[in-house]
Design a protein around this ligand. Structure first.
Ligand code: AHR
Length: 608
C-alpha cells in the first residue's frame, strides 16, 4: 500500500506535558511493589477490612500462636503489635523475600522491652533452610525503642523468609519490623524498588498522577484518602484498607510520591476526593444517576482546609508554616513547587458532587490562584448522556478549573475509529486531561494490536495537543498473581520487571515529544485511513523534530513524503510483529533509504 504525506510549514503550540503516568496502588503496585519494603504486614495492622481472612498475624508465623496486643501501642495510629517470649517469629514477605548475593539489607524494628535485656539473631533463611544472612541485635529499654542492623547476603534466593530469633526467654513487644534493600532508587531511605522505579523513570513522564484512581476517593466516606495520614514518621502514619482488596501501609506516602516526582523530573499531580467517595462504593450502590453520598456539609470546611494544607505542605515556607516545617523535617526544606491538584475521580456529576466540588475549587482559587485545578467529567465518555452531563457542569462553570479529567477503556476498534475525538472540542473550555485510557476491552495483556491502536490514537492526541494538556495510560503496574485489573502497562514479580508494547508506546511518545505540532496531511485510500497514523512534532528547546509513523495494516506501507527530507543518519526506533504478539523486540537504528517503508503492524519514530 502506498500513501502520500504532505508536510507544511505551519506549526501550532501543543502541551509539553502530554505524556505522564497514572500511579495507583492497584494490583500491589505500591505495598509489595514499587515501595521497597520487603516485610509484609510490618505493622501488624492487617485486618478483616483489608481482606476477610486477614488479621494482625497475616504473613507472620511462629511455633505457637502469635500474641497480639494493643495495650501499650507504639502509636495510636498503629495500635497492634506482636508480643513474643522465646519462639522465633517468621515473616514470609510478599510471596517470599527476594535477596541477591553480595547485597546489604537494612533491618529495623521497634522493641518494647520493659527494662529487660534481650538478644536477637536476625536471619534471612532460604527455601532449603540455608542461612543466607545473619546479624545480632541487642535490645534493652523501658519503652518502645528502634533497633537496627544490616544483613549481608551470601547467597541469592527468590523466596527467602525473615527470622527473628530471641536468644532467651523474655517477654517483648515488637512492631514496625522492616527490611529494605540498601540500594533503593536514588538511594532514598524508605525508598522505591530500583529496577521498577528505573523503568518508570525511563519513560520520562512529564507528570505523575497519584494516589489513584478509585483509591483517591475510596470505598465509602471512611476510606477517602487523606494525604495528611501518609506523611511524618512511619509508625504515626495511618494505615487503611485498600479499595482493591488489600492493605495500605502508607509507607509510600505523599512525601515519597513528591520525592519520586522530583527525582524523575515530573510534575506532581495529586488527585484527591471532591468530598465524595467512589461512585462504585457500597454507599453509592444505587448506581449511576442515584444520589451520591458526600462528606456532611458541616465537615466540609475541615476537609477543604486539609486540601489547602497540602498546598502549604508542598510549597510553603518552613519558617512560617507548620505544614511546610513537616516537609522540611522529613528532609525537604525547599518547596516541591506543586503546580497542579486534581479534585475528584470519575464521580457521579450531580448535586452532591457539584456543591462540594464548587466549594473546594473556590477555596483553592481564592488562596492559591496559581494552582491549576483538574476536575472530572465523571466515569463516562462521549457519546453517553452521562458524559454530556459531566461536561455540562464543566461548561456551566469553566472558571472553576483549569482542566478536566476524562477516562475510557475501550476496544482497539474504538480507538482506531475515534481518532477525531478531540477535533471538535471547544477550545474556549477547560483543557482535557485524558487521565485513564487503554485499548483494553478485548485483551488480558497489551499486544502489538492494542499498542498500535494507542499509538494511532496518540498521533491524533498530539494533533489536538492544544486542548489535550495531559494523558496517562492506566493502570500502570501489576504484580504477577495479584491483578485487580487487566491489561496493565508494566508487569512485575519480586525479581522481574516486564514492560509491554503499551509501555513502549508511552515511552516513545514521551521521549520523542515536542511542544510544536507540525501540520501534515496523509493521503491514503479512505478505508485504510483509520489504521495509519502520522505525527510530526518539534521540541523547540533542542530544535529536534520527531516523526511518528504507525502502520496497523496487515501489509507493508510505503509513504511518499512531500516537503520532508530525512537525513540518512537520522535515528530510528520501532517495534513490529503480529497483532497478538506480546513478546517485545524493540529495534533501534538509523534511517537509510527505506525509512518510509513500514512492515505490517509497525510503530516507528524517526528523529530528524
Ligand atoms: O485504573 C483502574 C481504575 O479504573 C481506576 O482506579 C478508576 O479511576 C477507574 O475506574
Amino acid at each position: 500500500v502506498t500513501a502520500t504525506l504532505h508536510v507544511s510549514n505551519s506549526e501550532k503550540t501543543i502541551s509539553d506535558k502530554l505524556i505522564g503516568i497514572f500511579f495507583e496502588d492497584i494490583s500491589y503496585a505500591a505495598d509489595g511493589g514499587l515501595y521497597a519494603e520487603l516485610i509484609q504486614n510490618r505493622d501488624f495492622e492487617y485486618n478483616a477490612k483489608d481482606r476477610r481472612e486477614w488479621n494482625a498475624t497475616t504473613a507472620w508465623h511462629s511455633a505457637s500462636p502469635i500474641d497480639i496486643s494493643t495495650q501499650h501501642p507504639l502509636s495510636s495510629n498503629n495500635p497492634h503489635y506482636a508480643v513474643i517470649v522465646a519462639d522465633t517469629l517468621w515473616n514470609e514477605g510478599w510471596d517470599g523475600i527476594a535477596v541477591e548475593a553480595g547485597h546489604k539489607y537494612n533491618f529495623s524494628m521497634y522493641v518494647l522491652a520493659d527494662g529487660q535485656k534481650q538478644n536477637f539473631t536476625i536471619q534471612l533463611i532460604g527455601t532449603d533452610g540455608t542461612i543466607l544472612a545473619s546479624s545480632k541485635l541487642k535490645t534493652q529499654g523501658t519503652d518502645w525503642q528502634q533497633y537496627t542492623c544490616v544483613l549481608s547476603t551470601k547467597k541469592s534466593c527468590t523466596k527467602a523468609r525473615l527470622a527473628i530469633i530471641p536468644q532467651k526467654s523474655v517477654r517483648v513487644g515488637l512492631d514496625m519490623i522492616s527490611l529494605f534493600p540498601q540500594e533503593t532508587f536514588m538511594n532514598r531511605p524508605n525508598g522505591l524498588r530500583r529496577d521498577l522505579a528505573q523503568v518508570i523513570a525511563d519513560l520520562k513522564p512529564k507528570f505523575v498522577r497519584f494516589p489513584g484512581g478509585c483509591m483517591s476517593h475510596g470505598q465509602g466516606l471512611d476510606n477517602i484518602y487523606h494525604w495528611n495520614h501518609t506523611v511524618g514518621p512511619l509508625q504515626d502514619r495511618k494505615p487503611d484498607f485498600n479499595i482493591w482488596g488489600y492493605h495500605q501501609t502508607r509507607g509510600l506516602g505523599f512525601f515519597e510520591y513528591f520525592q519520586f516526582c522530583e527525582d524523575i523530573g515530573a510534575e506532581p499531580l495529586p488527585v484527591l476526593a471532591a468530598g465524595v467517595p467512589c461512585q462504585n462504593s457500597a454507599a453509592n450502590a444505587q448506581g449511576i444517576g442515584g444520589q451520591q453520598c458526600g462528606i456532611p456539609m458541616d465537615q466540609m470546611p475541615a476537609y477543604i482546609q486539609e486540601l489547602l494544607d497540602l498546598i502549604e505542605w508542598a510549597n510553603g515556607d518552613p519558617a512560617t508554616s507548620k505544614w511546610a516545617k513537616l516537609r522540611a523535617d522529613a528532609g525537604h526544606p525547599a518547596p516541591f513547587n506543586l503546580k497542579y491538584i486534581g479534585i475528584g475521580n470519575e464521580d457521579i456529576i450531580g448535586t452532591v458532587f457539584e456543591e462540594r466540588y464548587e466549594m473546594i475549587c473556590k477555596a483553592i482559587r481564592q488562596k492559591y490562584p496559581e494552582i491549576k485545578i483538574c476536575g472530572t467529567v465523571g466515569p463516562f465518555h462521549a457519546p453517553s448522556a452521562d458524559y454530556v452531563e459531566g461536561w455540562d457542569f464543566t461548561k456551566r462553570h469553566p472558571e472553576l478549573q483549569y482542566m478536566v479529567d476524562e477516562h475510557y477503556y475501550e476496544s482497539t476498534g474504538w480507538f482506531m475509529h475515534h481518532r477525531n475525538y478531540y477535533d471538535g472540542y471547544d477550545r474556549t473550555m477547560p483543557k482535557v486531561y485524558l487521565g485513564e485510557y487503554a485499548a483494553s476491552t478485548n485483551v488480558k495483556r497489551p499486544n502489538i494490536e492494542t499498542a498500535l491502536a494507542e499509538a494511532l490514537y496518540l498521533t491524533d492526541v498530539e494533533r489536538n495537543g492544544d486542548v489535550v494538556e495531559m494523558t496517562s495510560y492506566a493502570p500502570m503496574l501489576a504484580k504477577d498473581k495479584h491483578h485487580n485489573w487487566d491489561p496493565d502497562m508494566i508487569y512485575f514479580s519480586n525479581t522481574e520487571v516486564r514492560p509491554t508494547h503499551a509501555y513502549h508506546v508511552q515511552r516513545m511518545f514521551s521521549v520523542y515529544g515536542g511542544d510544536k505540532y507540525v501540520s501534515t496531511d496523509i493521503q491514503i485510500a479512505p478505508e485504510l485511513k483509520h489504521r495509519v497514523g502520522v505525527s510530526l512534532v518539534r521540541h523547540s528547546a533542542t530544535g529536534r523534530r520527531y516523526l511518528k509513523l504507525v502502520n496497523a495494516l496487515p501489509v507493508e506501507l510505503t509513504i511518499k513524503a512531500n516537503g520532508l527530507t530525512i537525513p540518512a543518519d537520522s535515528k530510528t526506533e520501532e517495534f513490529s510483529g503480529q497483532p497478538t504478539d506480546q513478546t517485545l523486540e524493540m529495534k533501534q537504528g538509523v534511517a537509510g533509504p527505506n525509512v518510509l517503508t513500514l512492515p505490517p503492524y509497525t510503530f516507528r519514530v524517526i528523529e530528524l
